[in-house]
Design a protein around this ligand. Sequence first.
Ligand SMILES: Cc1cc2nc3c(=O)[nH]c(=O)nc-3n(C[C@H](O)[C@H](O)[C@H](O)COP(=O)(O)OP(=O)(O)OC[C@H]3O[C@@H](n4cnc5c(N)ncnc54)[C@H](O)[C@@H]3O)c2cc1C
Length: 417
Amino acid sequence: MQPITHVIGAGLAGLSAALRLTEAGHRVVIYEAGPQAGGRCRSYFDEPLGCRIDNGNHLLMSGNDAAMAYLTLIGAADTLEGPADQRYPFVDLSTGERWSLAPNRGKLPWWVLVPGRRVPGSRALDYLAGLRFRKCGPDATVADLVGRNSRLYRRFWEPLAVAALNTEAKTAAAHLLWPVLEETFGRGGDFSRPLVARDGLSESFVDPALAWLAQRGATLRLSTRVRKVGFHGDRAVSLDLGGEFVGLDQGDNLVIAVPPAVATGLVPHLVAPTEFRPIVNAHYRLDETDAVPGIQILGVIGGTAEWIFRRGTLASVTISAANHVVDEEAETLAPRIWADVAAGLELRDRAMPAWRIVKEKRATFAETPEQVKRRPEARTFWRNLALAGDWTDTGLPATIEGAIRSGVTAATLLRSA
Ligand SMILES: Cc1cc2nc3c(=O)[nH]c(=O)nc-3n(C[C@H](O)[C@H](O)[C@H](O)COP(=O)(O)OP(=O)(O)OC[C@H]3O[C@@H](n4cnc5c(N)ncnc54)[C@H](O)[C@@H]3O)c2cc1C
């Protein structure tokens, strides 16, 4: 019989591994504890809002190569959309100033020389601080490298670090920001375009992947939690599904693509991140009169909201590294964030419409130098077991791009095992 590769967890890391293994001719079975695939990246129908929403706004950039390759494979590359060009509009609510960060298309970053394309009040030379991220040590934080009093800190480095690393700039590991800068802004505007899932995260990343896998014979078992993994010698040999046991034969492989707290319960002696940061999202259902075609993205400085995504009649807000607001009652948060939305989108006289606050308490691991050192590599002591997940040692922040790459790495290891 053809060997089987078992994949535990149907988040993007597990799905990415499953896709690449299926593509390489493996028989794949995926076990997902939840009733729905997608993990931290999924969409669902929200009754009070009367529409489908994502569990959280997810921003990608056109330079996210692994994410683009994943979408191309499953035929969903055209399901991301973004503003027509690589502009990032911002508003500073404390001063009312508005500007756009507008990298030029080519690789040579002449945009920093043009005052209208950069942060107001900044100088071209200020952006050179970005080069410090290339060779910084593992203990440096973003604030260490760029200085909290620097001209660009509040309006550029801090929002960038918080959005990319979901960790406050004063504690976020600086070296994780370099690959982001290098693979996006460092390659020019064509790689720096902001992109979001047009119809929803599930519609882009999950449903087409599941259809692709099903067409090629892969099995998905939803609502199936793996309780224990059995090991013998240098191999994983069984899965306990809570009463049902699955044996792994010679030649069978296993990918564990679950969150770190679950993985440490399944894999003996595994060292993994132990601290997390929340992300809070607020969704508001606007009137048809306020609907906009396409997608608008607005960075907010000096408010509670950090990013506003406006699509059709939905305005959705992201607050990353949200320890400062996550314990606040939704009823007090909603109007406070709405005030920022109304100001940012210039809807000042509108009453707060129907809303929903979504709190993801463990949105990502805390990307501090100390926690980053706890990321394990994909390869394990057990020769038929590889790890995947945005928290494994991808060299990237805990993002869609990192999760998808981790799945590719796990699949590559097992294909060559
Ligand atoms: C609110 C929010 C906003 C975000 N914004 C962005 C963004 O703007 N840009 C970006 O790139 N990234 C963003 N991210 C991060 C991105 O969502 C994650 O990096 C990515 O989805 C992680 O995928 P994963 O497969 O590693 O983990 P997960 O999605 O956590 O998948 C793990 C899966 O394992 C399953 N599982 C757990 N235990 C078991 C078990 N015992 N047996 C079987 N299955 C099990 C879980 O149910 C889950 O489906 C955001 C995350 C959140 C929460």
